[in-house]
Design a protein around this ligand. Structure first.
Ligand SMILES: CC(C)(COP(=O)(O)OP(=O)(O)OC[C@H]1O[C@@H](n2cnc3c(N)ncnc32)[C@H](O)[C@@H]1OP(=O)(O)O)[C@@H](O)C(=O)NCCC(=O)NCCS
Length: 191
């Protein structure tokens, strides 16, 4: 069925861009390399990352995951960055459900335990959302997190993602259904 709206982002816009390297406060956001897979495996040994991202990760799965991002970029369905501090990968951030027609995505992030508490996730979320609104042309980005995850709530709030409400029983975790906070930034928001 034909759409009655003009796509928020012209098809091909993302494909025609080179994925940028973004720098923020000593943090570098860069595209994934295949040899980053081992650090992704290490990340999923952390109980908080496993808990909130509801999966485990072996080396084959991590290799498939890091190498998937180039295709997702060219297919205009996602965009993922490794977070690098002092030359080492310390985390990830990804627009994981890009919809160019509606100009929206949700976003996911984690930071290795030893790198937490230095503003890494907040800086990464701010940098990616600024790029996504100003260069890609997204209209809305959502963060959702369990109400039992106050660190993620703080990151979203500090990066200007307003709390819009609580989705009851919205996400199945290993210990059952969790109520989820929905945060969002809309293009033009003043944080
Ligand atoms: C959530 C996470 C990404 C935060 O990464 P980070 O780089 O440490 O975050 P930042 O340093 O940018 O900011 C952390 C903020 O959260 C606060 N915070 C950290 N742990 C907290 C906790 N347990 N309870 C409440 N606030 C907490 C910090 O105080 C800081 O806020 P402040 O600057 O106002 O003091 C990291 O803890 C993580 O990877 N957790 C496991 C995976 C996860 O939860 N991913 C998100 C799923 S939605």
């Amino acid at each position: 069925m034909p759409r009655l709206t003009t796509p928020a982002i012209t098809p091909g816009t993302q494909r025609d861009l080179t994925q940028p390297v973004l720098d923020a406060d000593g943090l570098r956001l860069r595209p994934w390399h295949v040899d980053d897979a081992a650090v992704v495996v290490t990340a999923y040994e952390d109980s908080d990352i496993r808990r909130w991202h509801t999966r485990s990760m072996n080396l084959d799965e991590a290799t498939a995951w890091v190498t998937s991002w180039a295709g997702r970029w060219h297919g205009e369905t996602g965009a993922g960055w490794a977070l690098v501090r002092d030359g080492a990968v310390v985390g990830q951030i990804s627009l994981r459900s890009l919809d160019h027609g509606d100009g929206r995505s949700d976003i996911s992030y984690w930071v290795l335990p030893q790198a937490r508490g230095r503003g890494t996730a907040t800086a990464a979320l701010t940098a990616v959302s600024t790029w996504a609104f100003e260069t890609l042309g997204l209209h809305r980005i959502e963060v959702d997190h369990s109400v039992d995850n106050p660190a993620s709530c703080r990151v979203a709030t500090r990066a200007g993602f307003r709390l819009e409400g609580t989705k009851r029983g919205d996400a199945l975790h290993a210990d059952g259904w969790h109520d989820m906070h929905l945060h969002a930034r809309v293009a033009g928001d003043v944080s």
